[in-house]
Design a protein around this ligand. Structure first.
Ligand code: GMT
Length: 372
């Protein structure tokens, strides 16, 4: 098939998932055309049947807000017309689903039928999309998509709760390439981070309010009181400056390191002993699944779709949002006993395998064939 994928090119989970999906589909022999405003971060290296089409938004003195959606719809039309595209798969509803609707209408006038699949990822529904500034357009473009998918049952329920739509929503869980993340930890790297065998705790996110990164810091400080440990904070975003300033001014925070944005998560995660995800909401929690694939137990909240991937008392624990005491106690239950830790690590891998790329990608392929 010739598939056009529209996504955000940044470190957010929706862009990561869309890029990984495109890469594996290309490996399976499909031609994949990414349409976005920058090369997606996870799209490095040369792939014979992957093509990248940059959306250019010309500026003009009149434009206080350059019309990205118009440029995106026009690029979609161009890519479809010149590459024999069979379908458009857009990730994250805003503004991709609306631009796809526009492209579809333009192509219909040219007697071309192009099916549109919209995958909902989370904040496009739970935070941004339901705002009344966007909601009518999001509702309409969801209804007009040929197929609507959500990355978790929770997100499907949230969509019906927040939008007045009748359209069926198919749940296709996010996936991980277990092979890629399940690497042996590099001892020299581990020694560099934890020279005295301290436990390594990792958090990775886009440092937005919804992630409650301060809870990560506070959970870690409680853990570190009991067992020597290091905290690696990976990623960047609006909350980082405040949190970094706090840790600089706090005596107990010497073991906290900010690594910034990292592309090669598969090289870092294997040295971790525990992953912390303290979000107020996660439609799925792809970062936690990648950690599990690297055999890292997950201490998370029980918000949103997290209970669909984390299993309490098996490969991690879940607590109520904000309950840092409970999260640190749970972390200690795993870390204080080597046998328990080993068991949780093995279980994390077993759990991640349920979401392996091999099981999930065929669901998308089957859906593509159906819609074509
Ligand atoms: O987590 C974010 O804020 C980024 C966001 C995105 O759209 O890029 O992530 C959402 O999509 C991911 C991939 O489907 C999910 O794993 C995340 O849970 C979801 N984030 C939220 O729901 C807050």
């Amino acid at each position: 098939m010739n598939i056009a994928i529209v996504c955000y090119p940044t470190f957010g989970g929706s862009g990561v998932l869309a890029t990984e999906l495109g890469k594996v589909l290309a490996e399976k022999g499909h031609n994949i055309h990414f349409i976005t405003y920058q090369q997606p971060v996870r799209l490095s290296g040369f792939h014979a049947n992957i093509f990248y089409h940059e959306v250019r938004v010309p500026t003009y003195p009149l434009f206080d807000f350059p019309p990205y959606e118009t440029a995106l719809a026009s690029t979609m039309v161009d890519v479809v017309n010149n590459n024999n595209i069979d379908l458009l798969h857009v990730h994250y509803a805003i503004p991709h689903a609306a631009a796809a609707y526009m492209a579809k209408q333009i192509l219909a006038k040219q007697h071309k039928r192009i099916p549109v699949i919209t995958t909902l990822h989370g904040t496009d529904i739970t935070l941004v999309g339901r705002d009344k500034t966007y909601s009518p357009v999001v509702t309409f473009s969801m209804e007009e998509s040929d197929v609507l998918t959500a990355v978790s049952h929770n997100l499907k329920a949230e969509t019906y709760k927040n939008f007045n739509i009748d359209k069926p929503i198919e749940v296709i869980h996010n996936f991980v390439d277990v092979k890629r993340f399940n690497k042996k930890p590099v001892d020299a790297f581990k020694k560099l981070i934890a020279p005295n065998d301290e436990k390594i705790i990792v958090h990775a996110s886009n440092f937005r309010k919804v992630k409650r990164v301060m809870d990560v810091v506070n959970t870690f400080l409680l853990i570190n009181k009991k067992i020597p440990s290091k905290l690696l904070l990976i990623g960047d975003g609006p909350e980082r400056p405040e949190i970094e300033a706090y840790t600089r001014g706090c005596e107990d925070c010497a073991e906290i390191k900010f690594l910034g944005k990292q592309e090669q998560m598969e090289d870092i995660l294997p040295i971790a002993d525990l992953f912390l995800l303290t979000s107020e909401y996660e439609s799925f929690g792809l970062a936690a699944l990648e950690a599990m694939a690297a055999e890292v137990p997950v201490i998370s909240t029980n918000a949103g779709g997290l209970p669909e991937i984390n299993v309490d008392g098996y490969c991690g624990y879940m607590s109520n949002v904000g309950d840092v005491e409970d999260m640190s106690n749970n972390a200690l239950k795993i870390l204080e006993n080597d046998e328990t830790h080993a068991k949780f690590k093995a279980n994390a891998l077993t759990q991640a395998k349920k979401f392996d790329i091999q099981h999930i990608v065929p669901l998308y392929e089957a859906m593509y064939l159906r819609v074509i």
